[in-house]
Design a binder for this molecule. Structure first.
Ligand code: SF4
Length: 465
């Protein structure tokens, strides 16, 4: 067998698309799922009378498989008959995207272990305060996000960030272009390749910036991938969006690089008028409209409307996937943030640990380093100011200490000295050395307590402030 024959066989064995997709109307099935998710009335009709529901939709579907896949999606049925084409396709998309993400967020893609470990500790801490977040820890993976505007023209009623109206736009002037490129390069050096999962919007609307596409092209030049874009302007800016979709191209759309936020059924109808099912095949529609079966995070403006919306579920899930640095280019600020269970204390579902200003790219680099040093030590020492996790309750009985989070507990054996220090740290944040001094512990006891604190720090129970 010569080499050219070998090449041909290889190509046949790994087609670009799975064979079944050629006859699979995936776009129709996706549309069907959207109809169910966007409107609870559709879901109720489907659940009470699937045949009547299917008569209301004009889609090219294998009804048996589609119904079964929907039942699995809605949790009514655990498993589908082997080989359900819609479920296979769904899993294929999911696998493709998650394999790419997994690859990007692996520990070796972080420039500093300290950042990776800090993110892990913050995730553990979050998992103790919210069951909903614990079930979705893979959501919190982004170490850095950029904002290219200040404020937003979205005015979404459920906005989890309570974002104020637009006040500033970072335009792609020659000067800003140079600055931005340096910021990206430094980000790659200081945060690492993992920054490629970051985005160029956070509490902002990407299309509010007329130069958004130019900024993300630079992002691509540095990270060889485009950041995900989520916009609420799919209807308002259809022409621009269609160009954007062409610019991304099918391969990136297939990686779910584009999402439309849907805020009303009226807007959804307009999206369906302006974009064909085929165009939307790989554009995720985030059903944020009030009638949707999706719950809102009980954060930001959603907290204000929660009492008026009896039918809606509001969950303790912080929305932002960011655990790390939030950089606003208009204000030249860099904030260190972590997701928290939405509450009176953290109404946005996010804790801002520190904010620093920078005026030059080199200062930006220094600020990242300073924050890592101050807030992400790998080893605790007596000079660190720490606090005990505010949402973990403790019960001490003899040497047995039980830690309680939301629907989770852990029992540990702790000396009475360690228990006393934890109780102090629960009351107020303190410098470790000062607490140890107050208790007049011997050198040996100090060392033992410090070791326990280190252990609790690694579990996310103790935080540096
Ligand atoms: S949800 Fe997003 S688009 Fe809507 S107001 Fe908030 S930041 Fe703006």
């Amino acid at each position: 067998m010569n080499k050219s024959t070998l090449k041909k066989i290889k190509l046949k064995a790994s087609p670009v698309e799975p064979v079944y997709e050629r006859s699979l109307p995936w776009a129709d099935f996706k549309h069907l799922v959207e109809l169910i998710i966007s409107d609870n009335r559709n879901r109720k009709l489907f659940e009470s009378s699937p045949d009547a529901f299917f008569q209301t939709v004009d889609l090219d579907l294998d009804i048996f498989s589609a119904k079964e896949a929907l039942d699995v999606y809605l949790g009514k049925q655990k498993k589908a008959v082997r080989g359900n084409p819609y479920i296979r396709k769904w899993r294929d998309i999911f696998r493709l995207v998650s394999a790419d993400t997994e690859q990007r967020i692996k520990p070796s893609n972080f420039s500093y272990e300290a950042l990776y470990e800090w993110m892990e500790r913050k995730k553990k801490a979050l998992s103790w305060e919210s069951v909903a977040a614990r079930r979705s820890l893979s959501h919190y993976i982004v170490p850095i996000m950029f904002e290219l505007t200040t404020g937003c023209t979205g005015y979404c009623k459920f906005c989890c960030f309570s974002t104020k109206p637009l006040t500033d736009i970072y335009l792609y002037t020659e000067e800003n272009q140079q600055f931005w490129r340096k910021i990206l390069q430094i980000t790659k050096e200081e945060i690492g390749e993992v920054a490629s999962v970051g985005g160029c919007y956070c509490a902002t609307e990407p299309l509010d910036n007329p130069d958004y596409e130019k900024f993300i092209e630079d992002f691509y030049q540095v990270f060889q991938t485009y950041p995900q874009t989520t916009t609420v302007k799919a209807v308002e800016k259809t022409q621009r969006m269609k160009h954007f979709m062409e610019y991304l191209g099918p391969e990136r759309l297939r990686m779910l690089k584009l999402r439309f936020s849907v805020v009303s059924l009226e807007q959804l109808a307009k999206i369906y008028q302006k974009y064909s099912k085929e165009e939307l095949t790989y554009v995720e529609l985030l059903m944020n409209n009030p009638e949707s079966i999706r719950s809102y995070s009980h954060s930001g403006r959603a907290r204000e409307i929660s009492e008026e919306m009896e039918e809606k579920t509001f969950c303790s899930f912080p929305t932002a996937c960011l655990i790390g640095f939030l950089v606003n280019l208009c204000q030249k600020t860099i904030s260190l943030v972590a997701p928290r269970r939405p509450s009176e204390q953290y109404p946005l579902g996010m804790e801002v640990i520190a904010i620093k200003n920078f005026s030059t790219p080199e200062e930006y680099r220094r600020m990242i380093g300073t924050m890592m040093q101050e807030y992400m030590p790998q080893k605790l020492s007596e000079h660190h100011r720490v606090r005990f996790h505010s949402r973990i309750k403790i019960l001490c009985e003899g040497n047995t200490t039980t830690f309680y989070g939301e629907a989770i507990k852990r029992v540990m054996s702790l000396s009475k000295e360690a228990q006393a220090v934890i109780q102090c740290l629960q009351e107020k944040d303190s410098v470790i050395g000062e607490v140890l001094q107050e208790k007049s512990f011997s050198k040996f006891l100090k060392e033992c307590v410090l070791q326990k604190l280190q252990y609790l720090y690694e579990l996310g129970f103790v935080e540096v402030v």
